[in-house]
Design a binder for this molecule. Structure first.
Ligand SMILES: Nc1nc2c(ncn2[C@@H]2O[C@H](COP(=O)(O)OP(=O)(O)OP(=O)(O)O)[C@@H](O)[C@H]2O)c(=O)[nH]1
Length: 313
């Protein structure tokens, strides 16, 4: 009997320790940070678009695989040009997010290194291990240039690892996860195994509308437009388990932008609403009713008080 309980204890002690840690994804706008995080987490938690600066908040994506919980922080692209209140707030979010993490993924486009990339790199203190993610490898035409470019990168900063890859290639994503794992400390997980993000559904609703807004207006609409959630209520559904009613306002800076968002006969606004609703239903596993409004508030991106009211620090 004694012997039996002794072997039970042995078995419990042999369980693999849990690993868990924070990984910041940083880089200049448009290098593919959000695409990378969504691929790493395996679900859309951060919005992406071809328009630069679509990411404005620190977004946490969580992946629990085997004994490891990866907690990713997606940061806004570092703004170097315009010193508006919005851009200053974005830059603060970047510097804040790389000081208290276990690992940094520094994302650049393979074969490229511009002044903007250098400005982001200059924020690294060297205390935290950084992996160079040379993304968009699929778009690099002359592969022979990769080795000398990597060597040049190693002279700029002592990276812990060099990973040339494409965020759109699942094999590369698996390889990167494996590399990241080695840098996470042994400690208990912070989140439940099936949690994907620590952001509220209300926040995700605003993000999803913003993504569709940017995708469907192309380059015409300035990135200063934003989305506010006016109403978010959940009711027991008749056909689905959950039913969520959302009313949101798209805030733009000029009358002309308002017309652009609404489109001819309201067509564009309708499409933004439909596409956002479909994605939200998938994400929330609920029936969603989404009502959209457009409002003009000129100069909001330069108004610190209003920024705070809109949720930007
Ligand atoms: N060909 C190719 N395109 C990619 C890859 N990764 C991302 N992209 C594209 O690059 C564009 C920008 O990607 P995002 O993920 O929004 O970039 P971001 O760095 O988060 O941008 P900001 O939000 O502006 O900071 C999108 O059109 C992506 O589809 C890749 O590996 N290969």
């Amino acid at each position: 009997m004694d012997e039996l309980s002794g072997s039970d204890e042995q078995a419990a002690g042999d369980e693999p320790a849990q690993r868990c840690g924070l990984i910041a994804i940083v880089g200049r706008p448009n290098v593919g940070k959000s695409t990378l995080m969504n691929a790493l987490v395996g679900q859309k938690v951060s919005i992406t678009s071809r328009k630069a600066q679509t990411t404005r908040h620190r977004i946490t994506g969580i992946l629990t695989e085997g004994d490891t919980q990866f907690v990713f922080v997606d940061t806004p692209g570092f703004q170097t040009k315009n010193q508006s209140a919005l851009n200053k707030s974005l830059n603060k979010a970047v510097t804040g997010s790389i000081t208290d993490v276990d690992l940094i993924l520094f994302v650049v486009e393979a074969g490229n290194f511009s002044l903007k990339d250098a400005q982001v790199l200059s924020l690294f203190e060297g205390r935290i291990p950084a992996i160079l993610v040379a993304n968009k490898l699929d778009t690099m035409h002359r592969r022979s240039e990769l080795a000398p470019w990597l060597k040049n990168m190693s002279e700029r900063h002592q990276f812990a690892e060099y990973v040339p890859m494409s965020a759109k290639n699942p094999k590369d994503i698996a390889r990167l996860l494996n590399v990241c794992k080695g840098y996470l400390p042994e400690q208990e997980w912070w989140y439940d195994q099936d949690e994907l993000t620590d952001k509220s559904e209300r926040f995700m609703a605003a993000e999803m509308v913003r993504e569709k807004l940017f995708r469907l207006t192309g380059d015409e609409l300035p990135y200063t437009s934003t989305v506010l959630i006016d109403k978010f209520t959940e009711e027991p559904g008749k056909t689905a388990n959950r039913m969520i009613r959302i009313a949101a306002t798209i805030v733009v800076e000029r009358e002309g932008h308002k017309a652009m968002v609404i489109g001819e006969n309201g067509d564009r606004l309708k499409r933004i609403g439909t596409e956002a609703r479909v994605e939200l239903e998938k994400l929330m596993d609920a029936k969603v009713f989404l009502e959209l409004w457009v409002k003009v508030r000129s100069g909001w991106s330069d108004d610190a008080t209003r920024l705070r009211a809109y949720g930007y620090e």
